[in-house]
Design a protein around this ligand. Sequence first.
Ligand code: PMP
Length: 284
Amino acid sequence: MSEGLVWLNGEILDFASAKVSVEDRGFQFGDGVYEVVRVYQGKPFALKEHLERLQRSAREIELPLPLSLADLAAAAEDLIARAGIAEAELYIQLTRGAARRNHLFPSDTPPTLVMTVRQVRLIPPELREQGIRALTVPDERWARCDIKSICLLPNVLAKERAHRAGAFEALFVREGVVTEGTSSNVFAWTGEELVTPVADHRILSGITRSFVLRLAQQHGYRTVERDLPLAELKSAREVIIAGTVTELLAVIAIDGEPVGEGTPGPIFRQLYAAYRNMIAERVR
Ligand code: PMP
């Protein structure tokens, strides 16, 4: 198994030799967008959905994709095959290229497109079994969290704060409502319905989120997309976070207070099993 591979503007390299200019606008300004795709048994899961979201993020920041989605998919699949890592994470990062520092968009500068494939950082099985603790933090991010921007400083700071407080994830709260985690979407089971915040400009419209909503509906649960006040989240029977690398995790405590029984509940177990089954079917 390889250590992983990098695709940099069409060239395939190892991590040690792949270099980007110090003048890259990703480095200078955080001027770029990205995606992360989970690879199961050597096959990228929901690649099409991720590439479409990358295209949307790129359009929203007025950055044309240098390749068609079909060419990008082919390059990603080739990189995954060459890396030969069955359980991997594929990152795709697109920036506005390398140019002398100036806030204005450069003219005639090709974008930088990077893809990396590495062994996935698996969620420790005990966290899946026992659930995770979450810490709430003020959502101090910008007003376009629907764009998957590489500017992740607020997410980095929040995750670090959570970690220092003994929690696995930080949940952002804006004007009394929960928006999302630093790299996950959030769901609350009230006993009657599965509530998740609306996919507006306040959150990233998660691909895992869409699958969770669909699976919950298929299992006969009522799902609702609306504002989720923090007090309601804290009094929910179950809280679940979902994301590409996270998959689904049960939140058993928020700010040190137990959620429901303080253990992963039946809705989590059912939806996580359904999610894994769906993946098994898709990557067969
Ligand atoms: N919100 C944020 C801020 C994220 O970074 C992620 C992870 N990509 C998600 C939600 C979950 O999105 P997805 O299910 O598409 O990975």
